[in-house]
Design a protein around this ligand. Structure first.
Ligand SMILES: Nc1ncnc2c1ncn2[C@@H]1O[C@H](COP(=O)(O)OS(=O)(=O)O)[C@@H](OP(=O)(O)O)[C@H]1O
Ligand SMILES: [Mg+2]
Ligand SMILES: [Mg+2]
Ligand SMILES: [Mg+2]
Length: 333
């Protein structure tokens, strides 16, 4: 059994914390943030700016001693097992390492952007999740890495991995102007990937959030109907959807959070460059490119859509028609 799987199984049996916004966080989210931030500190020369999802607030509260101890043990054991860096963390060191990720980002300079576990709900369920790291330079994503430990290496149509000859675990990466690649988590040679070339929506399938609380499944179903998509939605957690889209496992990604939700840059930075470097397009519901230069949040119009160049014009029209219809129906209530 791989180390990621052991951590995943242990966590399902240990405490899952709830943050102020009621979303879940586990020792793995904190542990991953500390390890990636440590790797950046060791590998990037000089000081760096990190915009990351987690902070230490919950861990500094009374009653959090046990989980802080669990995180400290997990991180120190992982460092020993891995052997890349000979160091260990105190509890205070753990808290301050998590808070290395408090940068506000912005339009100038370079900023690393990290979602230490994207799709925490999927992780806890034993389904898809991703570790997503990107680099912003002058407000633009220039590098993205997306590790998906539970995703089949070749295609989601091989869900049982080894029984179908496909390995489990995929690492997507993309550098601006250089294309996108996938490799196994244990280091197979990288393979170039590209989005599918489907140009008739009748043959297209679409990805969306597993959680209906994260994206309006009724709206996406009306968009799919307008386009003439026949296949049922493919619901998987996290930015694994961007990775799967980038290598042509499906043709379209639709994401429409409920009213009032503000998207965070770490939920889309790595995934979006993997898709665009694989030849796809990622926009908001108005057809605008995503703007990563405005700080920790993405300010955008209503939703996020991604597909290939052939399907984008008809997808955008279907999205705008479906939104108009939904708004009209709401105005009649
Ligand atoms: N209410 C609401 N609406 C929309 N989005 C939300 C909401 N709450 C959380 N999130 C963010 O969704 C991230 C998980 O991504 P997905 O929606 O693709 O995953 S899922 O398929 O629904 O599990 C998830 O990322 P992680 O927190 O890293 O898991 C959140 O940033
Ligand atoms: Mg979260
Ligand atoms: Mg996330
Ligand atoms: Mg997360």
């Amino acid at each position: 059994m791989g180390e990621e799987e052991t951590v995943q199984q242990n966590i399902v049996h240990s405490g899952i914390q709830s943050k102020a916004d009621k979303s879940p966080v586990t020792v793995a989210d904190y542990g991953s943030q500390i390890l990636v931030s440590l790797a950046l500190m060791m590998e990037v020369s000089g000081p760096f700016s990190l915009v990351a999802e987690e902070d230490s607030e919950e861990l500094r509260k009374d009653g959090a001693e046990e989980i802080l101890e669990e995180i400290t043990d997990l991180v120190n054991e992982t460092l020993v097992d891995d052997g890349s860096y000979s160091m260990s963390f105190s509890k205070e060191g753990i808290l301050s390492a998590i808070d290395n990720g408090k940068s506000e980002g912005g339009p100038t300079g370079q900023h690393w952007v990290l979602d230490p576990i994207d799709g925490t709900k999927g992780f806890v369920r034993g389904d898809q999740y991703a570790i997503a790291l990107a680099l912003l330079d002058e407000g633009k994503v220039v590098l993205g890495v997306l590790a998906c430990p539970n995703l089949p290496l070749s295609s989601i149509s091989n869900p049982n991995g080894s029984s179908s000859g496909d390995r489990i675990g995929a690492l997507f990466s993309a550098t601006i102007g250089c294309g996108a690649e996938v490799e196994s988590l244990d280091g197979s040679p990288p393979q170039k990937i590209s989005v599918c070339s489907i140009d008739n929506p009748v043959n297209a399938s679409f990805f969306e959030s597993y959680e209906s609380a994260h994206s309006m499944h009724d709206l996406t179903s009306s968009i799919a109907e307008k386009l003439g998509v026949q296949a049922p939605p493919v619901r998987i957690d996290s930015q694994a959807k961007y990775g799967a889209l980038a290598r042509g496992d499906g043709a379209i990604y639709l994401r429409f959070p409920h009213k009032g939700y503000r998207e965070k840059i770490w939920d889309h930075a790595a995934g979006s460059i993997v898709v665009t470097e694989a030849g796809g397009i990622v926009t908001d519901a108005a057809g605008n490119n995503l703007d990563f230069s405005q700080g920790r949040f993405l300010d955008l119009d209503t939703g996020i859509i991604a597909t290939n160049t052939q399907l984008m014009p008809s997808l955008l029209k279907a999205v705008q028609d479906a939104i108009k219809e939904k708004n009209h129906a709401a105005s009649l209530l």
